[in-house]
Design a protein around this ligand. Structure first.
Ligand code: SF4
Length: 307
């Protein structure tokens, strides 16, 4: 049984236009992912594809003007708002994209120590700082004294010492030098190998492929494919969705062919398949309704043609 399962998640936001009319914009529609213990699921896609909103929905930290439908399960039970509050920062650790999540008035060593549940908190904090190449003097600094890379490593340290069962990391590696980045990614692999479930949200598909077990590809607020990492090989012939194949081929070490067009804005989504305006395989039928997510070859896909 997955420790975390997201079923048909849709998120919309109420917004006021310049003429004070209320607008409801759907930014995520029918999104599905699941995460098992001992597994790393990498969620990849362009910015604006809904990756961070998924994390915020799971943690229950969406803004007040958000409306959600669909169901999120944690250990087989519906994840309610009170359950989210009790898990957040305890069983479920979050490594946010923004380093503004650090408390500006607390020394960073203390911030990391508050996440240690058992044993010597100071020793645990110092060990993790050493592991992530943070000098001993850093523990006495305040967030404003840290570089971007140091702040990111501090957030990562908080998750590492927390003993969480699930780690959701939202773009945890930008700004890290290659050595620390490799260390951070290895840490995620180690967590998973010790039974933790890791959701790694990233636009860096190459790094994700080095540690993940499966990859969920997001496009315009929905999941278009979930594939085992082994399927990202060759010309992408084992992949299921035209967008995943194009994303794979666009990598510099592959054909380096950019994908023509751009992801639609949530306020101007096409009817039918959201990828249809950019898809070489589109036919009339693709524009009629959004394809359902379906199981295919040990993965999942949202495309009527995928075989
Ligand atoms: S449903 Fe049609 S338009 Fe959409 S990805 Fe598949 S072939 Fe392309």
């Amino acid at each position: 049984m997955p420790i975390l399962e997201v079923e048909n998640l849709s998120i919309s936001f109420n917004q006021y236009t310049s003429s004070f009319k209320q607008n409801n914009i759907q930014v995520i529609s029918s999104l599905n992912v699941s995460l098992e213990e001992g597994e790393i699921l990498a969620v990849v896609g362009a910015s604006g594809s809904g990756k961070s909103l998924l994390a915020h929905a799971i943690l229950g930290i969406l803004p007040d003007n958000a409306t959600i439908s669909g169901t999120i399960y944690y250990n087989g039970e519906v994840l309610t708002a009170s359950k989210q509050a009790s898990l957040r920062g305890k069983e479920v650790a979050f490594i946010p994209q923004s380093t503004n999540y650090l408390d500006p008035l607390m020394r960073v060593g203390n911030q990391v120590r508050t996440s240690v549940k058992t044993g010597d908190a100071t020793a645990a904090q110092r060990a993790v700082f050493k592991r992530l190449h943070l000098q001993p003097t850093v523990e006495n600094m305040y967030p404003f004294q840290l570089s971007g890379g140091m702040a990111r490593r501090t957030l990562l340290s908080t998750a590492i010492v927390s003993d969480a069962k699930v780690i959701i990391a939202d773009e945890p590696t930008p700004g890290l030098d290659p050595v620390v980045m490799k260390e951070a990614l290895n840490n995620f692999r180690e967590f998973a190998d010790n039974g933790c479930a890791v959701m790694l949200i990233t636009h860096d598909i190459e790094s994700a492929l080095t540690i993940a077990d499966k990859i969920a590809v997001f496009y315009a607020g929905t999941t278009v494919e979930v594939a085992p990492v082994e399927d990202f090989t060759g010309d992408g012939e084992a992949l299921r969705h035209p967008y995943s194949k194009a994303l794979w081929r666009a990598l510099p070490q592959n054909d380096f062919i950019p994908i023509p067009g751009s992801q639609p804005h949530p306020s101007a989504l096409p009817t039918g398949c959201l990828f249809a305006p950019r898809c070489k395989e589109a036919i009339l039928e693709c524009g009629k309704k959004q394809p359902e997510m379906r199981n295919l070859r040990n993965g999942m896909v949202r495309c009527i043609h995928a075989t």
